[in-house]
Write a protein that binds this ligand. Structure first.
Ligand code: AGP
Length: 613
């Protein structure tokens, strides 16, 4: 997600801000920019890495002791120089940086255009700076009050910092659902998305709370008030004792573990503004625009690689069960070379976290040549797949740094489930009652994921019991078969253990020959529909002295009795099972990899995005 750094004090702001932005690069971004106030506001912003910004700033007068800087993770508007932050007001007096999503930006933008405001970017953020300008001009008020009035109109998440060329001794910041930290130095103040740009200068910080506005004055004072204009008396000043390296991982040992634990939030983010269980609606704009095409489609083909291919396998079950649309799943690398038959009324959906996977891109190009409608479900905004597809839905999981995909996988499943539900609703395959029940269950997913994450220590113990095995089998049925594949992929790619996933029923067609006392068998048995069968599969394994680790729904005493180790997770509706049953497998593979002293975040031979064939 985006990174924010701001400075006011007695030093040159530019070098401090650039170094701070570099400390935030781990958050993932696609463009960056800086505004320094020295008489006027001098702004430089550039697509690409911070170094591209530094190169572009060569020769620009960026002297000054107050400034703001930003690394952008695009949500609205592709990554380019214009959409990069900071964004400046029409009267060139104000400059703003923002981390978050303004959900009602299109309504606000329409109103501001009617008032004569001219926009240059495709971003939601630019609306904010024009709204602040409007209030400041109309009410002739100071920056802090203009920011407060504007934020009262905003729906969404924000961490912002604003500077005003007519008030060079003040910086204003505010936050809601997106972090903002105030650093208190000697005659200097900092604002940043987290403490990593600050810790070099001071360990005294104040973490702003939601709907709080901070006004920093160069004379060495700051005040915090709420959006409701109440003064926050004696804000808590913390003294950090963290090392810089830890901060980038928010205290987690690895990005992968941080991203596993982010899933309650990222699953919620992938649903934000897209479902309302009380009112009973799903809104996926990319899908609505082509609903007719989807209703008339004779076939949906999903193309993907790796973990994204596992998401596609789950989508096949969901699309056929809920939307009753014939659905195929293809490895993108196979699809692109096997001369597939693609009809012009087909729909080809590409799943990709990075949006840059070469095989998936090539498969899409082939589909486009054949006239199919192409739809992209990606994480990285403005990525190649997002740009070449006719339509699509972003999964809003935020940057995924760990090579092993975790939070992107569950966010892909959320979007695919929403699509299947919406298509099923449009086709009339789902009753109103079932539809609302599923939406309720979806809205409750983050809480259930939280409960599973509380099992981390138990899962770590189980990992310690099998971490020396060099082989593992993962078994599942129905929607949990792709989860068996995903669990096996997680283990093999970060711990280098040879692991295979199979439909449990396939055991008797060969794999059961592998079973002996040295073979851990992870059985995902959370779906009721296949429970009796999977119980007998467990018995088959136990009869051959296999070690059974079972993932079951809470209270499943029968399997609990049979298995050597059991991980009991909260139940949910069958359709949503994969979103929960994958979490223990992510943690199991993580702990085994750590115990085997593997490089969890950058496993050998692997890249985060396979942009070559
Ligand atoms: C998953 O953990 C792996 N990193 C890998 O299989 C990955 O899913 C695959 O390379 C596809 O990447 P994409 O989703 O960015 O297209």
């Amino acid at each position: 997600m985006c990174g924010i750094v701001a400075y006011i004090g007695d030093k040159e702001a530019y070098p401090i801000i650039i170094e701070g932005l570099r400390r935030l690069e781990y958050r993932g971004y696609d463009s960056s920019g800086v505004s320094i106030l020295n008489g006027d506001i001098h702004t430089v912003k550039k697509k690409g890495k911070v170094q591209a910004l530094v190169d572009a700033a060569e020769g620009v007068n960026l002297e000054g002791t107050i400034g703001i800087g930003h690394t952008r993770w695009a949500t609205h508007g592709k990554p380019d120089d214009i959409n990069a932050h900071p964004h400046n007001s029409g009267n060139k007096r104000l400059s703003l940086i923002h981390n978050g999503i303004i959900e009602n930006y299109s309504t606000l933008k329409k109103a501001l255009i009617e008032l004569g405001h001219v926009f240059h970017s495709e971003t939601d953020t630019e609306v904010l700076i024009h709204l602040i300008e409007e209030y400041q001009t109309r009410n002739n008020c100071d920056l802090e009050e203009a920011v407060r009035l504007a934020l009262k109109k905003v729906v969404g998440a924000y961490a912002i910092v604003v500077i005003d060329s007519q008030d060079p001794n003040t910086i204003v910041g505010a936050r809601k659902s997106s972090p903002l930290v105030l650093g208190i130095g000697e005659n200097e103040y900092f604002l940043a998305s987290d403490a990593s740009p600050i810790i070099k200068y001071t360990n005294k910080v104040v973490y702003l709370n939601d709907e709080e506005i901070v006004k920093i004055s160069r004379n060495g004072s700051f005040t915090i008030k709420t959006i409701g204009n109440e003064l926050v008396k004696s804000p808590t000043i913390k003294e950090l004792d963290l090392k810089l390296e830890e901060l980038e991982k928010d205290g987690y040992d690895h990005f992968m573990l941080k991203e596993i634990f982010q899933q309650p939030t990222t699953i919620a983010e992938s649903m934000r503004g897209r479902i309302n269980a009380d009112e009973g609606w799903i809104q996926l704009n990319g899908l609505e625009r082509y609903m007719k095409r989807f209703m008339n489609a004779k076939r949906i083909t999903l193309v993907a690689c790796g973990t994204s291919w596992h998401s596609a396998l789950i989508a096949e079950y969901l699309f056929e069960e809920l939307a009753r649309i014939p659905t195929d799943v293809e490895y993108a690398s196979e699809f692109r070379y096997r001369k597939p038959i693609v009809y012009s009324d087909d729909i080809v959906i590409a799943l990709s976290q990075s949006g840059e996977t070469a095989d998936t891109l090539a498969a899409l190009e082939l589909a486009k040549e054949k006239g199919a409608l192409t739809y992209g479900i990606v994480n990285v905004v403005g990525s190649s797949i997002a740009r070449i597809t006719d339509s699509g839905s972003y999964i809003h999981a935020g940057p995924e740094i760990g090579v092993a995909s975790t939070k992107a996988f569950t966010s892909q499943l959320v979007v695919l489930t929403l699509m299947a539900l919406r298509l099923g609703q449009e086709k009339g395959n789902i009753s109103e009652g079932e539809f609302r029940e599923l939406l309720q269950a979806m809205e409750d997913l983050p809480r259930r994921v939280e409960k599973i994450l509380e099992l981390n220590d138990k899962i770590k113990f189980i990992a310690s019991e099998i971490q020396e095995s060099n082989h593992a089998l993962y078994l599942g049925r129905g929607l949990n078969f792709p989860i068996a594949l995903e669990g096996a992929l997680k283990l093999k790619e970060i711990s280098y253990v040879h692991a295979e996933g199979y439909p449990a029923a396939e055991m008797k067609h060969g794999p059961i020959a592998l079973i002996d006392e040295n073979m851990p068998v992870i059985v995902i048995a959370t779906n009721l529909s296949a429970r009796e069968k999977i119980v007998s599969n467990i018995q088959e394994v136990k009869a051959r002295k296999g070690i059974v680790i079972a993932i079951v729904k809470e209270g499943d005493d029968i399997i609990n009795e049979m298995a050597d180790y059991t991980i009991e997770i909260p139940g949910t509706m069958e359709t949503l099972t994969p979103l929960l049953s994958v979490i223990p497998l992510q943690l199991l593979s993580y702990h085994i990899a750590v115990m085997r002293e593997c490089n969890v975040d950058q496993p050998r031979n692997l890249a985060k995005s396979v942009t070559v064939e």
